[in-house]
Design a binder for this molecule. Structure first.
Ligand code: NAP
Length: 250
């Protein structure tokens, strides 16, 4: 599909991969709307990218999702791409009081999985009115092989991979293409807590590399794209899952 002249909503677009996507899509000649919970971060993104449109929204909240949909289609009738990018990652130890941790703070299932499913359902009728449209789901290499310290995160990404596959099939006769982009470790705010907990200094690839690969995937109708090391890990997860699991969880 073409990567210029689109109108695009990116969830979680104020930082990291979402912000890099916003920048790359704007540079390529698209109209871009970003949303997130922290208005201050959205304003910072807008001062860096003056053409970007911003909307404060918690995509885990049903009423806020509906408000986001109503506002977006009212103001951007030509919206034709939804990028489900917002996500969080939490270390959770089920051998050590996971109930308390699960009940405290943000819910990964609601943000990483339920929100993309609900937003897809909300936006598909509108997207189908556009001559060419797309849903882009940002999954992860950890959907192929789990990192045991972040078990729920990995489960949400594996589920989003499965959902993307099925959704692509259901929409195959419509104008809506469904893309999945699975990055490896990326240098963003997402994993900072987990990395420092592990004493790791590896920062991963830059969000700009993910954005470039995403635009390439759209341009060439590559519906499932694993980026960089994620490509090898995807194959490794199929060929030698136990060895790979041991290695990344050593
Ligand atoms: N970094 C990696 O290594 C990596 C690897 C593979 C996949 N990914 C995926 O890439 C996506 C983007 O993550 P990132 O690495 O760019 O991390 P990030 O910089 O932390 O970005 C995540 C964004 O999501 C937003 N967000 C979180 N919860 C939200 C909610 N309930 N409603 C609306 N927005 C919400 C955050 O903004 P607010 O907090 O202001 O809402 C933030 O802007 C995620 O889906 C992540 O799983 C990341």
């Amino acid at each position: 599909m073409k990567t210029t002249g689109n109108t695009i909503l990116i969830t979680g677009g104020a930082t990291g991969i979402g912000l890099a996507l916003a920048e790359a899509f704007l540079k390529a000649g698209n109209e871009v709307v970003i949303c997130g919970r922290r208005t201050q971060r959205l304003l910072e993104a807008q001062s860096r990218l003056p053409e970007v449109h911003i909307k404060t929204c918690d995509v885990a909240d049903a009423a806020e999702r509906q408000a986001l949909f109503d506002w977006t289609v009212a103001n951007f009738r030509r919206l034709n791409i939804l990028v489900n990018n917002a996500g969080i990652q939490r270390p959770l130890d089920f051998a050590n009081n996971a109930v308390d941790l699960l009940n405290a703070g943000d819910a990964e299932v609601a943000i990483n999985l339920q929100a993309p499913i609900q937003l897809s359902a909300l936006f598909i009728p509108h997207l189908r009115t556009q001559a060419a449209a797309a849903i882009v789901n940002i999954t992860s290499v950890l959907g192929f092989i789990p990192l045991a310290t972040v078990p729920v995160y990995c489960a949400t990404k594996a589920a989003l991979h499965s959902f993307s596959w099925a959704l692509r099939h259901q929409l195959r006769e419509t104008s809506v293409k469904v893309f999945e982009v699975a990055p490896p470790v990326v240098d963003t705010e997402l994993q900072a807590g987990v990395r420092s907990q592990k004493g790791s200094t590896a920062q991963g690839i830059s969000p700009q590399v993910v954005a470039e690969a995403t635009l390439q995937a759209l341009a060439h109708d590559h519906y499932e794209t694993a980026i960089g090391a994620a490509r090898f890990l995807r194959w490794g997860a199929r060929l030698a899952p136990q060895q790979l699991f041991k290695r990344i969880n050593a």
